[in-house]
Design a protein around this ligand. Structure first.
Ligand code: ADP
Ligand code: MG
Length: 365
């Protein structure tokens, strides 16, 4: 594909970053290949220590790859120092100057670049408007709330018109409600400015709801790159299936393969249909993944298989039923609550589990 929106803003080619040597050696990034498109809201998602910040630092120019290269709009940026890269960063800590006003903070980078005063003033007004902070322009940043400081940090980073904005867990210091509000704000600002955003989070829900595409990382490696739906519905491997959302894993054996699906026998003896991963499994012993919301409770003997209830956890919006299958495998069913929901099942009750269509997938990798 070669439409304008498919053009790569950033291309990471075989990038590794190795710290230390000998027994202190840490492979923070292990031969990463990745193309991030223009105007994309792209998210790096993974647990703490998987290499997200390292990758941002390499793109920003605060650090250098051990191997590989980084291209910006097709050009190798290795020779460019950070301030010459059309890239800016919003840090988790905001890193604002507490004794300057909101407006002075936003204009700071432009002043450092030696821009004329009139141009700085106009651009600061534009940025204040973009992040809805015009009324607060003369406040000191020590006198505004965390959410407002976040807006100022965003405005300051956007003021020099970077082509790419790097955001390193910018929302993790905010409480839940404010985080939700800022998620919407960030999306709005990204679509209004058309700048490529590379957003880092360890929060899977944040990644799923905000991103055009997500790269799931673990241990310095990319495990999967795709849209929220691709990653959630077709996890490439067990790590991704486990990290993104909740999953039931069941050992199984393939009995027969048809076009897109296979008949499998689960460890508890039940025979079900399961969809195949992209590469055909080379072994008949496989792992099946089933999302908890793709199963429902029914009376014993009338579902695909039975389980014994060990716990029911009420979450307000839904209830998670923890069951044990006949072979000892743990299985969770998630049912949405309503005011009319049954009061519940007693622990120890034998209950049927009915799978929704296409619920079961054979894991690749
Ligand atoms: P994340 O941002 O995903 O939490 P980081 O990119 O900060 O992860 O770190 C990736 C790995 O590299 C971690 O194991 C971390 O301890 C290590 N690391 C990061 N910076 C350095 C450094 N300057 N020296 C040695 N190890 C480092
Ligand atoms: Mg980090």
């Amino acid at each position: 594909m070669s439409s304008a929106s498919e053009k790569a803003a950033i291309e990471i080619r075989g990038v590794s970053r190795i710290y230390g040597a000998g027994s202190d050696k840490v492979t923070a990034l292990d031969k990463i290949f990745l193309a991030i498109r223009e105007n994309e809201f792209f998210t790096l998602l993974g647990p703490s220590g998987c290499g997200k910040t390292t990758l941002l630092r390499l793109i920003a120019g605060f650090d250098f790859p051990t191997t590989g290269e980084i291209l910006l709009h097709g050009e190798d940026i290795a020779p460019l120092p950070p301030f010459k890269r059309p890239v800016n960063t919003v840090f988790q800590s905001y890193a604002l100057f507490p004794h300057m006003t909101v407006a002075e903070n936003i204009g700071f980078g432009l002043k450092m670049l030696g821009k004329p005063a009139a141009e700085i003033k106009a651009r600061v007004e534009e940025m204040l408007d973009l992040v809805h902070m015009t009324k607060m322009r003369d406040r000191q940043v020590s006198q505004i709330s965390g959410g407002q400081q976040q807006r100022v940090a965003l405005a300051r980073a956007l003021a020099p018109k970077p082509k790419v904005l790097l955001l390193d867990e910018p929302l993790s210091a905010l409480d839940y409600k404010l985080r939700k509000e800022m998620q919407i704000e960030l999306k709005r600002v990204q679509s209004e400015t058309g700048i490529t955003f590379i957003f880092v989070t360890h929060d899977q829900e944040e990644a799923l709801t905000m991103s055009d595409r997500i790269a799931v990382m673990s241990n310095g490696e990319l495990r999967q790159v795709g849209t929220a739906r691709e990653i959630y519905d077709r996890p490439a491997d067990r790590f991704v299936a486990d990290f993104i959302g909740e999953s039931n894993f069941i050992e199984a054996e393939i009995l027969a393969i048809r076009d897109e699906a296979a008949s499998v026998r689960l460890a508890n003896g039940a025979e079900i249909e399961a969809s195949l991963p992209i590469g055909r499994p080379d072994d008949s012993k496989v792992t099946i993944v089933i999302r908890p919301e793709h199963a429902a409770l029914t009376s014993a003997g009338s579902g695909n298989f039975d389980g014994v209830l060990s716990d029911a956890i009420y979450f307000g919006t839904d209830t998670h039923y923890h069951l044990t299958l006949d072979d000892g495998t743990a299985f969770i069913v998630r049912e949405q609550n309503s005011r009319a929901s049954a009061v519940g099942h007693p622990k120890g009750e034998r209950i049927g589990i009915k799978l929704r269509p296409a619920a079961a997938q054979i894991l690749g990798g």
